[in-house]
Design a protein around this ligand. Structure first.
Ligand code: IPE
Ligand code: IPE
Ligand code: MG
Length: 244
């Protein structure tokens, strides 16, 4: 078994936390029980990520498409998010909290709670935790295209100045560097509308473990796997070795 190299921790880890429902079903429990256990894992993984020195942790908590789930499940999820947004864990771990997604679809109560959490942790200097809530990449890219079009129309931006960096800046992730590692639990081999633009050169790690079973050791395994890879960004392996 390879050891974790603390000098080569990925700066940005993104997570698709999938499999809560199936975890519960396998135990003969209601889906809600899976979501409750899933939230406990989020807290644990947040603490461990901060301890490892990860700079950004982005977690997919609720997608645009998840609004199409049965109303009762949506309500349960929103309530769980609301009641579990504890600032203490962020304060204790020097974590700055952020949210990306379509806030206009969230209730006033949740929006207020999220904003409080953002404000109260804004001065923290450790890891930034980004929660993707009511988020989808196509929603985000569409929005960015609209904003850019508006700026061109208003004469604030020239069409010929639209480049890679300009598009990145208009996404909800703004100046956050692209993820180095994307982990998806739950066994599905897809990205379900998450960070499509940002994951252009991200390393993917898929595990069959359901999210409620994903623990500190699972996170270490994913990072060790990541550390065995050579990221080439289009270059040859020899070029990359010579640059190191
Ligand atoms: C992930 O678990 C949580 C959310 C999408 C909100 P699921 O609820 O998708 O669980 P499965 O995939 O049905 O097992
Ligand atoms: C992706 O999981 C979204 C989140 C983890 C929040 P889903 O369960 O919604 O993904 P699909 O529907 O299986 O692709
Ligand atoms: Mg799922």
């Amino acid at each position: 078994m390879q050891q974790l190299d603390y000098n080569r921790i990925p700066a940005h880890v993104a997570m698709i936390m999938d499999g809560n429902g199936r975890w519960a079903k396998a135990k003969g429990l209601p889906r809600t029980a899976g979501h409750v256990e899933g939230i406990a894992r989020v807290k644990q993984i947040t603490e461990e990520s901060a301890r490892l020195g990860i700079k950004y942790l982005t977690v997919y908590a609720f997608s645009t498409e998840n609004w199409n789930r049965p109303m009762q499940e949506v309500e349960t999820l929103m309530n769980l998010i609301l009641t579990n947004l504890e600032e203490e864990i962020f304060i204790k771990n020097n974590v700055r909290f952020r949210v990306i997604g379509d806030m206009s679809r969230l209730s006033e109560t949740i929006r207020k709670r999220l904003q409080d959490c953002i404000d109260h942790t804004a001065a923290n200097t450790g890891m930034t935790m980004v929660v993707a809530l009511s988020y989808s990449s196509r929603w985000e890219i569409t929005n960015a295209a609209r904003q850019i079009a508006d700026e061109v129309k208003a004469g604030k931006l020239k069409a010929e100045d639209i480049d890679d960096e300009c598009i990145s800046r208009h996404l909800t992730t703004g100046l956050i560097p692209d993820p180095d590692l994307l982990i998806r639990t739950g066994g599905e081999l897809r990205i379900s509308n998450f960070l499509l633009w940002q994951c252009a050169y991200t390393e993917f790690y898929f595990t069959d473990e359901f999210w409620p079973d994903f623990n500190v050791e699972s996170l270490h395994r994913a990072i060790i796997d990541y550390q065995q890879r050579q990221r080439r960004f289009g270059k040859t392996g020899e070029q990359v070795t010579n640059e190191e």
